[in-house]
Write a protein that binds this ligand. Structure first.
Ligand code: SF4
Length: 252
């Protein structure tokens, strides 16, 4: 069975996999994947040598996983994992390895099969990227209907699945006031509301700039009235290696 996995990296010090899927059902103009299709934590030399080698089959995915000696966590992300029909099976395989799983999703399409798999997965956490609470922003920029996302969030929470949220701080479109609105909304739908705030990384030829430190602090302060705030860039550092595609090693 074919997956949509195009890339897997391993964070040595964290014993964590980052499994990246190719393709998305939305088209945010600020999508960081426009900068590179590869894990942006990789060093420049690795990024130069890496080439697309096709999507993995389930068997190939299992081989990669079986080759990892120490494995505690796995992040499923990249573009949009939920567009992969084999995602429930991928989650099941990871569960068999007793891995903590974090699924990053825009929550635009959540199949019944995926919901059922997540319900059975005590070690799974879903991180929903909520771009905005403005339907017009969703329609115009993100390319979808906000209500579809909100309904899927309700479904996830209603089935008892652990859900936290992420949003991108974008001055002029999703600034501190809008982030506060998102925080207030999620505080009304979950018991332990958590919001990851990612400052925008500007994409060439788009009109949005990086937020200032003051704007980042203001967004965090306003959101923290309602939710536990996590700033994305404060992750623990780790050495990162590529497990797929295989990177050629220079011998001279
Ligand atoms: S939903 Fe995520 S992966 Fe898809 S276009 Fe938007 S930012 Fe990129």
């Amino acid at each position: 069975m074919q997956t949509r996995i195009s890339h897997i990296t391993y964070y040595v010090d964290l014993k964590s996999l980052y499994i990246q899927f190719l393709g998305c059902n939305l088209h945010c103009p600020w999508c960081i994947r426009k900068l590179t299709p590869w894990d942006h934590h990789l060093d420049k030399e690795t990024l130069v040598g890496i080439k697309f080698q096709g999507l993995l089959t389930i068997e190939e995915f299992k081989e990669v996983i079986n080759g990892v000696k120490e494995l505690e966590d796995a992040v499923l992300g990249g573009e949009e994992p939920t567009i992969d029909p084999s995602l429930p099976l991928i989650i099941r395989i990871l569960r068999e390895h007793n891995v903590n799983i974090r699924l990053l999703t825009n929550a635009y399409e959540i199949s019944t099969e995926l919901l059922n798999e997540l319900v059975m997965c005590a070690s799974c956490e879903v991180v929903v990227s909520l771009k905005s609470l403005n339907p017009e922003v969703y329609r115009r920029y993100v390319g979808g209907e906000l209500n579809t996302v909100l309904r899927n969030i309700e479904k996830l929470i209603g089935r008892g699945i652990k859900v936290i949220f992420e949003t991108v701080l974008i001055p002029g479109i999703n600034g501190p006031a809008e982030v506060e609105e998102i925080a207030r909304y999620i505080s009304t739908i979950t018991d332990k509301p958590t919001l990851i705030i990612d400052p925008l990384v500007p994409i060439p030829d788009t009109p949005w700039r990086r937020p200032t430190n003051e704007e980042i602090a203001e967004a965090a302060r306003r959101a923290s009235k309602y939710v536990n705030v996590v700033m994305h860039e404060r992750g623990r550092p780790s050495r990162v290696v590529v497990l797929y595609p295989r990177v050629s090693v220079k011998t001279n």
